[in-house]
Write a protein that binds this ligand. Structure first.
Ligand code: DX5
Ligand code: ZN
Length: 239
């Protein structure tokens, strides 16, 4: 398939660079308010982290919470599955309202069938790779997916330090994916790291603590987006 079939993905591609607030850093006791503030602050998508305490040493959001979030926002839900058996839960997450399902190559080393299953279920399929996993592990599938997410921290927890060495993989992905595939990055993205990631070719920036620790989410989202736009305004510096 040479062009994404998902209008919401095309919409995000049109508005690159995209800041994707990660709800892991939101106040879970006030999720509706947090989501509304992110939405009013200019977010065009929400990042939802699903952890099973097995693939990663932490437990977070599951199917019922995705279903509840779906009822209170129309924003696309970009669902990051940090779970050992994404195939088993794919249908439940799509039925709950996930717009994409991103799963890890470390969990599913032969991902072709699951990519197609997710697409058939009606969600945009994406692959994720950990900092220590080489680009070559996902490159054979680069043209089959709508989102390619490079982890810039070891998955499991928010608030970790950005690993700039992963940007080398992003540069390789830029040449390999379709023009309408979103190159995303997750972990340690904030005002000190986002420019460097943008320069490497990242389109969509997952930001947890840097958005939800801010006093004003709108200001922070705007600041991050304008920093991510800088390399486009100063093309000579990216050489
Ligand atoms: C980490 C999650 C991230 C997390 C990022 O395993 O996948 O989405 O929320 O948090 P920050 O932006 O704080 O590094
Ligand atoms: Zn994530």
């Amino acid at each position: 398939m040479e062009r994404t079939s998902f209008p919401w993905v095309r919409e995000l591609v049109r508005h690159k660079p995209i800041i994707s607030p990660s709800l892991l850093a939101a106040d879970f006791a006030n999720l509706e308010r947090e989501i509304r503030l992110a939405e009013e602050g200019g977010a065009r998508v929400l990042h939802v982290d699903v952890m099973d305490g097995h693939f990663v040493p932490n437990i977070s959001i599951g199917v019922p919470v995705v279903a509840s979030i779906r009822k209170i926002t129309r924003l696309p839900l970009d669902v990051h599955l940090m779970i050992s058996d994404p195939d088993r839960y794919a249908e439940a997450f799509v039925k709950a309202g996930a717009d994409s399902l991103l799963f890890h190559i470390e969990a599913v080393p032969e991902p072709a069938a699951l990519i197609e299953k997710i697409r058939a279920l009606g969600a945009a399929p994406g692959l994720v790779l950990n900092p220590g996993t080489p680009a070559g592990a996902v490159l054979p599938y680069a043209r089959q997916i709508d989102i390619l997410l490079t982890m810039s921290v070891q998955p499991g927890f928010g608030g970790q330090k950005f690993k700039p060495e992963v940007l080398e993989k992003v540069r390789a992905f830029k040449k390999a994916v379709r023009p309408d595939t979103l190159l995303s990055i997750d972990g340690g993205i904030g005002k000190w790291t986002i420019e460097e990631a943008a320069r490497a070719g990242v389109d969509m920036f997952v930001a947890g603590t840097s958005v939800f620790d801010a006093v004003n989410y709108a200001q922070r989202i705007n600041l991050l987006r304008s920093l991510a736009l800088k390399p486009q305004r100063e093309p000579e510096e990216s050489k």
